[in-house]
Write a protein that binds this ligand. Structure first.
Ligand SMILES: CC(C)(COP(=O)(O)OP(=O)(O)OC[C@H]1O[C@@H](n2cnc3c(N)ncnc32)[C@H](O)[C@@H]1OP(=O)(O)O)[C@@H](O)C(=O)NCCC(=O)NCCS
Length: 154
């Protein structure tokens, strides 16, 4: 696995096309077509929690953010993805650790959640998340919605 540390900065509107390319590169194995509009809405949303891009020089190779649900006192990982051709090179881990640190900093008392498919459930288990429920075909045909939660020690 590559040990190169790529830079991470907050998403800017100029990154939108690159993020959509990353999304598209993961269809149909990890995302289904029907989720694209929802992802674009998330990118465009003005009142969401921060979203990030991971770069190699000027090239956006991965993106991902966090969400906040103040009413439910919940935070979580949102729309994390690595360009398909760059999977398994440590980028997903780098961006996930960055976001988990941020969640701890911004929302230290909130429960931590995420939803992912059966193909990436094991990835998030490595960061301490446990599956609470898996809804068959929850994201679309062949893509289950696995809900995960991390026990946060206070
Ligand atoms: C999930 C995802 C972000 C992982 O990114 P990645 O850059 O390939 O992962 P890394 O190379 O950083 O892997 C870190 C560790 O997780 C493991 N891993 C990577 N993908 C995995 C997977 N799908 N299942 C289980 N383990 C996985 C690696 O082997 C590595 O293990 P190690 O630390 O023991 O060596 C990537 O597969 C992806 O973008 N998927 C499509 C988008 C998606 O489904 N996102 C889910 C939330 S919306």
């Amino acid at each position: 696995m590559s040990q190169i540390q790529h830079s991470i900065r907050e998403y800017e509107p100029k990154d939108k096309a690159a993020c959509i390319t990353i999304f598209n590169s993961n269809v149909p194995e990890y995302f289904c077509d029907a989720e694209r509009e929802e992802f674009i809405e998330w990118l465009d949303k003005e009142d969401r929690a921060p979203y990030y891009v991971l770069l190699d020089g000027d090239l956006v190779l991965a993106c991902g953010g966090i969400y906040e649900d103040a009413e439910e006192q919940m935070t979580g990982l949102a729309w994390g993805m690595v360009l398909y051709s760059k999977h398994k090179q440590g980028l997903g881990k780098q961006l996930t650790l960055h976001r988990l640190e941020l969640m701890e900093k911004l929302f230290p008392h909130y429960a931590q959640h995420l939803s992912t498919s059966q193909h990436t459930e094991a990835f998030y288990k490595k960061f301490g998340f446990e599956t609470t429920e898996c809804i068959k075909d929850g994201f679309g045909p062949g893509l289950d919605n696995c809900k995960m939660r991390k026990e946060v020690k206070r």
